[in-house]
Design a protein around this ligand. Structure first.
Ligand code: PMP
Length: 396
């Protein structure tokens, strides 16, 4: 049965790498995945920072079922009143600073970044973008243009022209940017795929002030850092720097596909005029997806999960001590365990799998092991996971 399923997977589906992990998942619940052989795996990556409240939360499942029984897709985004969408938008906005008061839902993180890029061009009348080296903002051609890493982008050129790059936290480099041409700066507060590298407050403050001076939009990509992952509901709260556009994805949909860009209504209104329908999507904010996201957001807030993150981070940090661990980067439950090499990380992932732990690496930090579990992981589970990881490292 498994061999057959594996063959169907390999023969019929486009692959993203020559050696897919190909774990045959048949069920997920709470902090665990279950494979076709009945093995259980503690999930240490939460579907890449998606399943922040764990898998299959009964409230989310119930919300999906209830909405499916009422209506699914009825009309393209923005024309009809669909309560799941508007309720979710209102609840998100209630948690945000007053200038982030208008929400545009799309289907993925990449699409949300693309929407934010279009908004910046439309609002500022400028053409260029500023991005950080080794940032990841998505795989479609807009966000791909913001990727400095030639290995990933060279095969797809020409991409968008006029994207400038600076290194994270390189304050000096900011003086060499032609700000009068830059419509938006797109920044991750923690550069996740670079191995959870933190952006410094001074750098963000400098960006905020340069954007104010030059009528450039400051865009925060919180697709991976949002919804409590760093120990704050949104990572920007810690820095006291408010973006012009906040981009969300991943955990936003509570396990369903959803992205959003959120800005001030005065900016966002311009997308509906000159041209009218300046940005449109058929499925953005799909009612079932919005219902799921809304229910997940409710669980996150009601169960005060964000408040548990810092002590969980501290426990991981105190336990992850081993001669083969060079450093632990990141913040909250977005951690990168730096090992010797890509090969060491790959061996560790395989050995962890054999012990019932599901983990991964990072796109631009292949020597780092990803620790980004559901925020619902318990202290006992963290203890057990770290024991296993240390055993694996000792056995390598
Ligand atoms: N931005 C960041 C920071 C991400 O981590 C990702 C996905 N890994 C994206 C954007 C793109 O999101 P999606 O895969 O939903 O298009």
């Amino acid at each position: 049965m498994h061999a057959h399923a594996r063959q169907i997977f390999l023969e019929n589906m486009a692959q993203t790498s020559p050696n897919p992990l190909a774990l045959h998942v048949v069920r997920a619940e709470g902090n665990y995945l279950f494979d076709v052989h009945g093995n259980r795996y503690l999930d240490l990556i939460a579907g890449i920072s998606v399943c922040n409240i764990g898998h299959q939360h009964p409230n989310v499942v119930e919300a999906v079922k209830a909405q499916a029984e009422k209506f699914m897709h009825v009309m393209v985004y923005g024309e009809t009143i669909q309560t799941p969408q508007s309720t979710y938008a209102k609840r998100l906005i209630e948690q945000l600073p007053s200038t982030l008061n208008c929400c545009y839902f799309v289907n993925s993180g990449a699409e949300a970044i693309d929407g934010a890029m279009k908004l910046a061009k439309r609002v500022t009348g400028k053409t260029d973008f500023l991005a950080l080296t080794d940032a990841y903002h998505g795989s479609t051609q807009g966000p791909l243009s913001l990727m400095s890493n030639e290995y990933y982008s060279q095969a797809f050129r020409p991409l968008l022209p006029s994207v400038h790059f600076v290194k994270q936290n390189d304050l000096e480099a900011l003086s060499f940017i032609p700000w009068n041409q830059v419509s938006a700066v797109v920044v991750e507060l923690i550069q996740a795929e670079r191995g959870a590298q933190k952006t410094e407050e001074a750098f963000l403050k400098a960006l905020r002030s340069l954007c104010d001076q030059h009528c450039t939009l400051l865009v925060f990509d919180e697709i991976q850092t949002g919804f409590g992952r760093t120990g704050h509901l949104f990572a920007f709260e810690k820095y006291g720097v408010i973006p012009d556009v906040l981009v969300l994805g991943k955990a936003l949909g509570g396990g369903m596909p959803m992205g959003a860009f959120i800005a001030d209504r005065k900016l966002m209104n311009q997308l509906s005029d000159q041209p009218i329908l300046g940005h449109i999507t058929t499925f953005g904010g799909h009612p079932i997806v919005a219902a799921a996201g809304n229910a997940a957001f409710d669980v996150l807030l009601t169960n005060q999960l964000v408040e548990t993150v810092k002590s969980k981070e501290a426990l991981f940090r105190s336990l992850l001590q081993h001669p083969k661990i060079k450093a632990v980067h990141g913040e909250g439950l977005l951690l990168a365990v730096e090992l010797e090499s890509f090969e060491t990380v790959q061996q560790t992932i395989q050995q962890m799998l054999a012990k019932g732990l599901f983990s991964d690496w990072f796109l631009f930090a292949p020597n780092c092991l990803r620790i980004a579990p559901p925020l619902t992981i318990s202290l006992e589970e963290i203890q057990w996971a770290c024991d296993q990881i240390l055993d694996v490292l000792s056995e390598l």
